[in-house]
Design a binder for this molecule. Sequence first.
Ligand code: NAD
Length: 321
Amino acid sequence: MLIVPEREIADLLTRAASFDAVERVFAAMAAGEAYNFPVIREAIGHEDALYGFKGGFDGKGMTLGLKAGGYWPHNLEKRGLINHQSTVFLFDPDTGKVAAMVGGNYLTALRTAAASSVSIKHLARKDAKVMGMIGAGHQATFQLRAALEQRDFDKVIGWNYHPEMLPNIAKVAAEAGVPFEAVELERMTEADVIISITSTFAPTVMADHISPGTHIACMGTDTKGKQEVEAALLARATVFTDEVAQSISIGEAQHAVAQGLIKESDVHQIGEVINATHAGRTSDDEITLFDGTGVGLQDLAVAASVVELAVAQGIAIEVDF
Ligand code: NAD
């Protein structure tokens, strides 16, 4: 068995490698060659922790395994550890023998950023110039860094519920050499591409905050009850997702479907656009919305890529197991 410790991942894994892995696995999912297993998520009644498993099998990339982990809200204050903790286990699909154990924390941020980037590549207008950010927490920095590589943006505008956090994303824009402006939500109408990545349970982005022709990637809603955007926006948009079952149960589409504003059949897999079995954006006025719920296969694809890089660079630890 190979081990790639968490401390090695940031130096090993590039944005390009995680983008390629996620794009490939979304394509395989839409082609019916890869599927996710039902998600397990439990409040374990200890340390207020939420713990669970996300797994799947990709018969095209030959990746089998799971990500185990969750959220320990007191880690930082009590132990100086980050609150999100996860580990990926990969298995040999031919034998069932465990093949690798890979640190999953940094990997989660990169694979989540890769998902919105894949959506921008395939759905945003080619001439997009203004990038809008809603959210300025841990994930937002990774999201913005990856998004800025997808189009020739000349400005970033940002809004956050906690304005004191905005310097986190202003710093990313500055590093990429793109001017940043903090704005009121109403000015999101100026954005050609928007990423929302917050943990809110009440919608902050209203349908009239979004102009025709915009692509919006909603990345924060990954649990029942969370909601970042007004359900009416989904009725105005062409809606895409990583996985339809997750989108309508734990993703942003859960609310629009529950309110009868859209149907399950109105939600399309982004992989269909990658595979050219769905046209994707068909006009410059269309609003496209990507509901990124986060699937286990993303973690497995990126972890497999990490293992390959670690082996090539002689960093993987081999254990006789
Ligand atoms: P974080 O705690 O670092 O940041 C939270 C963000 O949400 C901040 O911008 C904060 O200002 C904002 N926020 C908090 N309460 C709010 C409210 N009431 N109204 C509006 N905004 C509010 O968290 P993070 O690690 O950046 O994660 C952000 C979200 O992304 C979480 O909901 C997390 O579960 C989700 N997430 C999704 C995926 C995926 O694959 N889709 C992956 C990882 C994380």
